[in-house]
Design a protein around this ligand. Structure first.
Ligand SMILES: [Zn+2]
Ligand SMILES: [Zn+2]
Length: 344
């Protein structure tokens, strides 16, 4: 089968590999019907994910059809359409029992798929702990609608869930890329009074304006004034930092009101400075990433009921055999790309 593979620092290649088989009674093999490219794939390519194993098939955002299940798998059957979770988790350890699946203590726990074990930019994928890692897709939900459930939408749902957003509150979301948009959709479910989305990219701001006319937009230059104008207590009640740069990290705590919750969704390339003397007296609460992606059934139900729709994020679709072109487009942000869907 075709499998897009991390062959070494800076290099990916589309290789012919054997189809995966069950390695444990808790595994399932899934035939991939739609996959996507994530910024984390680019981080692997460029060597900023040291734990990524050369030779691994990349891809951790996908949907498919269960082909085969191990004898201990209870929640899915061959033939079921499923969303695949980015995280591998046992469901039984101290962290899993509390819903903190990102810190599952299993040796394969956390983000393993498409990083340390073969992922889904391929025709088939083996999913460990299939009862935890797969969620059945309702019949009324298409592959396109479900594509982001396991990764970027899981991240947005998790972030909005821990950000302390109350009805009527003023929310600042920094970053309007795919994860920022998913965060925005999930924040809207909390009925905030207003949401301000900040991005420096004019195309991304235009995307927000087109799809979310009630959301207030700002650029880094106008963000401080905009937040002041649209918040009642000197800053945003909740800030979600999804952009991941030193400037946006500073903006996140500067534009938060005293006693706000600042949720750090982004992954940074380097350490950030927390200037405690400057923020003394603001009494902020910081929440740090990453996603505990164990609420896929909830997000699929919200998609089925029409309350979440991430399909506008799919701006391009490519066949798996042309995945090089898809990466080139995604990496160089050509053609107004937000997300690329890959069809095996
Ligand atoms: Zn990802
Ligand atoms: Zn666990």
């Amino acid at each position: 089968m075709l499998a897009y593979t991390y062959t070494g620092p800076g290099r990916f290649a589309l290789l012919d590999k054997p189809r995966p088989t069950l390695l444990s009674e808790r595994d399932a093999v899934v035939r991939v019907t739609l996959a996507s490219i994530c910024t984390s794939d680019l981080h692997i390519k460029h060597g900023s994910v040291p734990r990524a194993v050369p030779g691994v098939t990349v891809g951790h955002e996908l949907v498919g059809i269960v082909e085969e299940t191990g004898s201990a798998v209870k929640t899915v059957l061959p033939g079921d359409r499923v969303a695949v979770n980015v995280e591998t988790f046992c469901g039984e350890c101290f962290f899993c029992r509390r819903g903190w699946v990102n810190n599952c203590t299993d040796p394969s726990g956390g983000w393993a798929l498409g990083c340390r074990i073969d992922g889904g930019q391929a025709e088939y994928v083996r999913v460990p702990y299939a009862d935890q890692g797969l969620t059945r897709i309702p019949d009324s939900v298409s592959d396109e609608q479900a594509l982001f459930v396991g990764d970027v939408l899981a991240t947005g749902y998790w972030a909005a869930g821990i950000a302390g957003i109350e009805p009527g509150s003023a929310v600042l979301i920094i970053g309007a890329g795919p994860t920022g948009i998913c965060t925005l959709q999930c924040a809207l479910l909390k009925n905030p009074g207003r949401i301000i989305v900040c991005d420096r990219d004019a195309e991304r701001i235009a995307f927000v304006r087109r799809h979310y006319p009630d959301v207030i937009t700002a650029t880094p230059d106008t963000a401080a004034d905009t937040v002041r104008r649209y918040s009642e207590h000197g800053g945003a009640d909740s800030v979600l930092e999804v952009a991941g740069t030193p400037d946006t990290f500073r903006m996140a705590w500067e534009l938060a009101r005293p006693n706000a919750v600042v949720t750090i969704v982004a992954m940074y390339d380097s350490a950030q400075i927390l200037p405690l003397p400057d923020m003394y007296g603001k009494n902020l609460t910081f929440k740090t990433g990453g996603v505990d992606g164990c609420k896929c059934a909830e997000t699929l139900a919200l998609i089925a009921s029409g309350r979440i729709d991430t399909t506008p994020l799919i701006t391009h679709t490519y066949p798996l055999r042309d995945i090089e072109r898809a990466y080139d487009l995604f990496e160089n942000r050509r053609g107004g790309v937000m997300k690329v869907a890959i069809k095996p």
